[in-house]
Design a protein around this ligand. Structure first.
Ligand SMILES: [Zn+2]
Length: 353
């Protein structure tokens, strides 16, 4: 029997002044046996101010958690101070237990950081209140994609220090302002802040990549982290619209069963970070009034700018660069099908070239 009380109890913030016992070895799905819920863990370092690192805001994205475990072991952090102080936030432990992005009856933990009335909003508010009292060196939020994407870093401001912090992870950078309720946006008001998208959850290349990045961030002399890396060339994209599907639409990919409402091309994820030409068929709609819904950053319906429906086929009206296209139906309904980006103009890229 499932313990419903536990699943629905309002999340309380748990505070730790050192690394909880067994954190480095526990499988992610058993994390709740040592941490009762969302936790803020202060890890002593030789240098301050500390770096804020957040992981498991989405319970099914475990690369950040694995990277922290590796870091604790590699740097022997249970018995030695870190090269620089770390404040670690571990988010949705209950969802991680079930391998889900979020539980059905709760908000997305990466959409609770700009106020609201739910207990999860209060939790986020408590974290921000605590951390706005002290100086922070940088904030790093670690995620995975369910669809095929390159590793990339996201920023919510285009100040040089933010761009350089992102550039140290990847030459592909995504600048976005919506959704604005994400943790990286909240921290972007406190210090240089970045979101790392590390490919598929648990993939070893993403894990090694983020481990190296964290190690570099913790050991680099002050200031160097925020100056241009030797190769200054970046591709910065700006997210301009979100692509959703109707709430109850049955979705399929490739050779779809007859009863699906929308059937997308099987290679949809291959389109991420490519320029999709005008006239490209993304899929077909089979139900009346069932089509893609595209909204811009001001939440205006801009579907008609990008897509036309011709004989039930969903066809692009202009060249577009998608990101985060996914074939994971749960994620599509909980979040979205993907985003549309455009290259961010070089003359706006302060600190670039
Ligand atoms: Zn995520």
């Amino acid at each position: 029997m499932e313990n419903l009380n536990k699943a629905t109890a309002p999340p309380e913030l748990n505070l730790y002044n050192s690394i909880p016992e067994h954190l480095a070895d526990i499988p992610v799905e058993k994390l709740d046996s040592i941490l009762p819920g969302p936790s803020l863990i202060y890890i002593e370092g030789n240098v301050s101010p500390p770096i804020f690192i957040s992981i498991l805001l989405h319970g099914n994205e475990i690369t950040g958690f694995l990277a922290i475990q590796q870091l604790i072991k590699e740097l022997n952090l249970t018995s030695r101070p870190a090269p620089r102080g770390i404040i670690l936030f571990i988010g949705n432990i209950a969802a991680a237990k079930k391998g889900m992005r979020r539980l059905e009856n709760e908000p997305d933990y990466n959409r609770i950081w700009s106020g609201g009335l739910l207990p999860e909003h209060r939790l986020a508010g408590t974290v921000l209140e605590k951390l706005s009292e002290e100086p922070l060196y940088a904030a790093i939020d670690i995620h995975n994609n369910t669809g095929k994407n390159p590793h990339y870093a996201c920023i919510n401001r285009t100040d040089p220090s933010y761009i350089h912090l992102a550039r140290r992870f990847s030459k592909t950078i995504v600048y976005f302002t919506e959704p604005h309720e994400v943790i990286s946006m909240a921290f972007s008001h406190l210090c240089p802040s970045v979101t790392l998208e590390c490919g598929f959850s648990g993939d070893v290349r993403g894990l090694n990549h983020v481990c190296n990045y964290l190690l570099q961030s913790l050991t680099m002399p002050a200031g160097e982290l925020f100056s241009p890396p030797s190769n200054k060339l970046s591709e910065i994209y700006h997210t301009i619209a979100k692509i959703s599907v109707p709430d109850n639409a049955q979705l399929g990919f490739g050779n779809c069963r007859r009863n699906v409402d929308m059937c997308f091309r099987n290679d949809l994820e291959e389109l991420n970070f490519t320029t999709v030409p005008t006239g490209t068929k993304l899929g077909v709609t089979r139900a009346k009034n069932c089509t893609l819904q595209i909204t811009d950053n001001d939440n205006r319906d801009v579907t008609g700018n990008y897509i036309i429906t011709e004989n039930n086929a969903l066809i692009t009206r202009k060249p577009l660069i998608p990101s985060m296209f996914t074939k994971n139906r749960t994620i599509i309904h909980q979040d979205c099908l993907g985003y549309i980006m455009e290259p961010y103009p070089m003359d706006k890229q302060t600190g670039q070239r």
